[in-house]
Design a protein around this ligand. Sequence first.
Ligand SMILES: NC(=O)c1ccc[n+]([C@@H]2O[C@H](COP(=O)([O-])OP(=O)(O)OC[C@H]3O[C@@H](n4cnc5c(N)ncnc54)[C@H](OP(=O)(O)O)[C@@H]3O)[C@@H](O)[C@H]2O)c1
Length: 311
Amino acid sequence: MDESKKSGESARPAAWSPPEPSALRVGFIGAGRLARALSLALQAAGVPVVRVASRSAASARALAESLPDCRPGDPADVARDCDLVFLTSPDALIAGIARAVPWRPGQAVAHCSGATPVAALRPAAEAGALIGGFHPMQAFGADPGAALASLPGCTVAIEAEPPLDALLHALARRLGCVGLNLPPGARVRYHASGGYASQHVHALLAEAVRLWQSWGATERQALDALLPLLRGTVESLARSGVAAGMPGPVSRGDAGTVRLHRQALQAVDPEMRDLYDRLCRRGVALARQAGRLDAAAAEGVERVLDAPPGP
Ligand SMILES: NC(=O)c1ccc[n+]([C@@H]2O[C@H](COP(=O)([O-])OP(=O)(O)OC[C@H]3O[C@@H](n4cnc5c(N)ncnc54)[C@H](OP(=O)(O)O)[C@@H]3O)[C@@H](O)[C@H]2O)c1
């Protein structure tokens, strides 16, 4: 399909000058974890949030009551009364909601999904609204206070045409976030990258917790011991980057310790050992890149990784 049609450009809306952020009437459709954090943060930054709708009236009411001049309603109320509407439903519902709501010229609609194309909002563009994407690269949990505190400093991927792009960047700045324009076609890879800094960290620590549990320790005991290490690792990453500061036996070329690890992990679970092997191979490449391993030391570790994991 023609790229311009995919992004909704063919139905280019009439010129519209969005109000200043402090005069903007913002609404949300979907009153979940992200909407709670974003609406409270916008309101605190002087951007009025005036309408909220959700699947359940109770969620919409609860969010509206936490904001000073906000009323719950249905999605059509939000579209009618707002200059900028954030679609903050689950990703799979964005296109359906965009089709069902009566949008109009003189307003903008942005979804907050990292992987969904902005073209999912095409029905809004066809009705004359500006459309865009506004995805904060952060994990927002159920605790609104913690979610709010985690917003400043995070990157927000913004995808929109003028004048909506400038407005969304201005909102990101007001929230203390860093607006990012992604090159065309990079959106899904950008979103997948976030998994490595969030979801996959959980998956990796789950492996570590299983090891502690193999000698009878609890998850709490494991995390109490491992989280200081993780915090130190995050500090080191921020200071030195991904390759230079990498710790551990692979970066030291300590093939003997890698052999012992493989034997121990194989006894707990061969799949755990297999994941360890794959991560070690990536570690060898990183340590080579950082000049921490010469070719002979790298080969020594790789020979151990190629060998059967037995004693
Ligand atoms: N949470 C994060 O860390 C995060 C980070 C970045 C981006 N995002 C994006 O933000 C969006 C929302 O994610 P979330 O984590 O906030 O999800 P969530 O906590 O599950 O909230 C989704 C909300 O949408 C409402 N909803 C469900 N079906 C609906 C419908 N048909 N019409 C209107 N509202 C409906 C839900 O309804 P009820 O409560 O009324 O039942 C719920 O309040 C997604 O696009 C996600 O990719 C999330």
